[in-house]
Ligand binder design. Structure first.
Ligand code: HEM
Ligand code: HEM
Length: 398
């Protein structure tokens, strides 16, 4: 049994590639549909994420296998068509084959770009990282690639249906060797016409993919996302002797085993600080955070919803603290009122002051259970307990 294609048969390698890809694609499609259809809630989220993780992992495997398969196909002879005189049928078959080849690249690639551009949710089950080179975390990019993934999966599904229908038609109605050739490597009888590569079916496939891309572009939101990117968040300030100019207030939480970072676009800090004090209370701070301004990638709405922050009932979080200087450095020590609870919080920070410009960065670890956030998620399987808060800001002396 030859490993390579011959003028009349598909070799073992081509057939192995074909059926492995078919298996992966025909599993990834229902997994994507089922996972997407599961409502998000405490009882279902773990299952939804597991199915999505499986979907993405099989999808990435299909992508890598598909690329190898395409490279292999480039080195191989295409076996002769069985019915070279049936021009329309051949054109349709070739169009569908090109659609399938294009889909093998574009469907998983758009899924992967979407995954890499968005924060959080179900990880790919492998140790090689979750991002993609040159793909930044970006909501517009995530929306565009998600839309393209959706459109392209429809083109793929249509092509697969036509492809399988064609194979069955050959097998059951024409009773020819088309299916046996791909299934068992059976050699077809020689036909007088060798296989000639025609460009029209490829052109048509590219046109259809172009139309799909146009549709995805028209579906993508035209306006910028409501929340500003974290780095440009410029909190205004109500009082104190320091004016915050720019800042970033965010946190990282482990979700499904992978860290997810979010940030608040709208918050204010009222800072009084006297750098001459080197021991004891050197000032105080009141930080007010508009919780509705949270951006947390694909799970922003869920984080703000009733299961977690419940911003409708508790729109603001308030951190009221003394700024204490001591031999171990500076610390903001006070109380955080969040989600209807008030708990002590210590936030060590570093500060550099040059003239009238102050730069501070600080971190604190909270436990979401102290604030009964995500009470329905009693273990760490879906969302970790620890929430690492990070704040950095530039302030000028008033
Ligand atoms: C149960 C499902 C499937 C069946 C029964 C099937 C059957 C076949 C058969 C009989 C051929 C040979 C056609 C010929 O001789 O001209 C073929 C070729 C091909 N199949 Fe499938 N297939 C299936 C699923 C898939 C899937 C999911 C893909 C997705 C990418 C796919 C991609 C291709 C491609 C690209 C070719 C052309 C190979 C070439 O000539 O380069 N097939 N398939
Ligand atoms: C050949 C491989 C793949 C196939 C056949 C496929 C197919 C699908 C299908 C059918 C859906 C459901 C669309 C709907 O609801 O109508 C879907 C959704 C999704 N897929 Fe894939 N997919 C593949 C690869 C990937 C990869 C590699 C990733 C990420 C690494 C991925 C991420 C996603 C995501 C995140 C969704 C949900 C999109 C949303 O909520 O907007 N997929 N996929």
């Amino acid at each position: 049994m030859p490993a390579q294609n011959t003028p009349t048969s598909f070799g073992l390698v081509t057939r192995t590639f074909h059926w492995l890809t078919a298996l992966l694609i025909l599993t990834a499609i229902p997994l994507g549909l089922i996972a997407n259809g599961i409502e998000t809630g405490p009882e279902t989220i773990a299952r939804k994420a597991q199915l999505f993780s499986l979907h993405k992992t099989l999808g990435v495997a299909a992508f890598l296998l598909g690329l190898t398969r395409i490279l292999w196909a480039l080195t191989q002879a295409r076996p002769v068509p069985l019915h070279p005189q049936r021009r329309a049928e051949m054109t349709l078959a070739e169009l569908v084959h090109w659609m399938l080849y294009l889909s093998l690249v574009m469907v998983p690639l758009t899924g992967w770009v979407h995954h890499a551009a968005v924060e959080g949710f179900a990880p790919i089950l492998w140790p090689f990282g979750q991002g993609l080179p040159f793909v930044p975390k970006s909501e517009p990019l995530a929306a565009l690639s998600g839309g393209a993934h959706w459109v392209f999966t429809k083109l793929l599904a249509l092509s697969v249906i036509l492809h399988i229908a064609g194979a069955l038609k050959h097998h059951l109605i024409d009773r020819d060797a088309t299916l046996a050739r791909m299934a068992f490597g059976t050699a077809a009888p020689e036909t007088p016409l060798p296989h000639r590569q025609r460009l029209a079916p490829l052109g048509l496939a590219l046109l259809l993919y172009g139309a799909g891309t146009g549709l995805a572009l028209s579906m993508a939101p035209q306006t910028a996302p409501a929340t500003a990117p974290a780095t440009t968040a410029a909190p205004t300030v109500a009082g104190g002797n320091w004016q915050v100019e720019t800042g970033n207030l965010g946190f990282t939480v482990v979700q499904m085993g992978a860290p997810v970072t979010g940030s608040f676009a709208s918050w204010t800090a009222d800072i009084t600080y006297d750098e001459a004090v080197t021991s004891g209370k050197a000032g105080q701070v009141v930080v007010e955070i508009d919780l509705a301004s949270l951006a947390l990638g694909s799970v922003s709405d869920q984080a703000k919803g009733p299961e977690f922050l419940d911003v409708a009932a508790h729109p603001v979080a308030r951190f009221t603290a003394d700024l204490l200087a001591g031999p171990e450095g500076l610390v903001a020590e006070g109380k955080l009122a969040l989600h209807g609870a008030e708990k002590p919080v210590r936030l060590p920070f570093t500060l550099t002051i040059e003239g009238d410009l102050a730069r501070m960065t600080g971190t604190a670890r909270l436990d979401r259970r102290d604030f009964t956030i995500g009470a329905g998620y009693g273990d760490e399987e879906t969302v970790g307990f620890a929430v690492d808060v990070a704040v950095s800001l530039d302030a000028t002396r008033k």
